[in-house]
Write a protein that binds this ligand. Structure first.
Ligand code: SIN
Length: 294
């Protein structure tokens, strides 16, 4: 199992290969279950800041390794849908369309709308790591949209208009609509509802490590721009949602067996493109806690 710090571990030989896409890179040759020394860790950290989404290939590792590696980047979130925690490993959310004895084993419609993980909390997530367990023979891709590029490509007049604006993000915004479509989604208890009170976030955030600005609104969680009449707020959000996911900002990940994908929620939004109902898909997700956006 990976250890929290391993200053004297031997260097691992691995390559960082940038994708032929607006964003993203793959890491070939690293085994996250082996001790990772500070020099290798610094390389991985730098690659994550530069490319925003890293695909660690061929990670035949246990859930405990996934959790230990994730913890090197910060404390982990426990998802509000505790119904879909991996048994014995509460830091792992099961993302899956599989039903056993008629019951869902995981969150089957995770990521059906563009979003950045946990933006509905005062301290949204730094990043998430999704590990392939069982993949469909077709479909099941995950898309990532670079919100730094989206910000930089905005018309300067619109940039000026939105800089300094704030927006509300709510986990509950689409919950009942999704539940109506997917009745297996659990009814939330009052304790769960209390955990996800809406948060107010800047519409444009600054990455705390690189200083780059990024758009920070999403069709899944952003409900309104604070201080604007409803019609103006809806029109502005509609324009920003459409702009933020233009193809020129997007990398489409086609999963390979044992991929572990680590994305930066401060830089990207992501979307699950969908899996045919008859095909099984199962992944394990950890989510790293982040800072208050500014
Ligand atoms: C997620 O939004 O965390 C899940 C993405 C996916 O299943 O591809």
């Amino acid at each position: 199992m990976a250890v929290a710090t391993a200053p004297t571990a031997p260097t691992q030989t691995f390559e960082v290969r940038r994708f032929d896409a607006p964003v993203g890179a793959e890491i070939i040759g690293l085994d996250i279950s082996k001790p990772i020394n500070e020099v290798d860790f610094a390389r991985i950290h730098r690659a994550h800041l530069d490319h925003h989404v890293l695909v660690f290939r061929d990670q035949r590792v246990a859930p405990a390794d996934h959790v230990a590696f994730s913890r090197r980047f910060g404390p982990l979130e426990i998802h509000v849908l505790h119904q879909f925690q991996l048994q014995g490993q509460p830091e792992i959310l099961i993302v899956s369309n599989i039903k056993e004895k008629g019951e869902p084993i995981g969150l089957g419609d995770a990521g059906v709308y563009w979003h950045s993980d946990i933006s509905y909390k005062d301290k949204p997530s730094l990043g998430s790591l999704l590990h392939a367990q069982e993949l469909p023979s077709e479909g099941g891709d995950t898309l990532f949209a670079d919100q730094h590029l989206a910000w930089e490509a905005l018309d300067p007049a619109l940039q000026k208009r939105i800089l300094g604006l704030k927006a509300e993000h709510s986990y509950l915004a689409k919950y009942e609509e999704l539940r109506a479509r997917n009745p297996w989604r659990p009814k939330l208890s009052q304790a769960q509802i209390d955990q996800v009170a809406p948060a107010i976030q800047p519409v444009v955030r600054t990455h705390p490590e690189t200083g780059r600005k990024a758009l920070f609104v999403s069709e899944h969680f952003t409900t309104r721009i604070v201080g604007l009449p409803q019609d103006e707020s809806e029109a502005l959000l509609g324009e920003l949602f459409a702009h933020s996911v233009k193809p020129e900002f997007v990398y489409r990940h086609q999963w390979a067996p044992h991929d572990l994908v680590f994305w930066d929620n401060r830089s990207l939004m992501h979307l699950a493109a969908g899996t045919p109902d008859a095909l099984r898909r199962k992944l394990y997700r950890t989510t790293i806690q982040g800072d208050t956006p500014f």
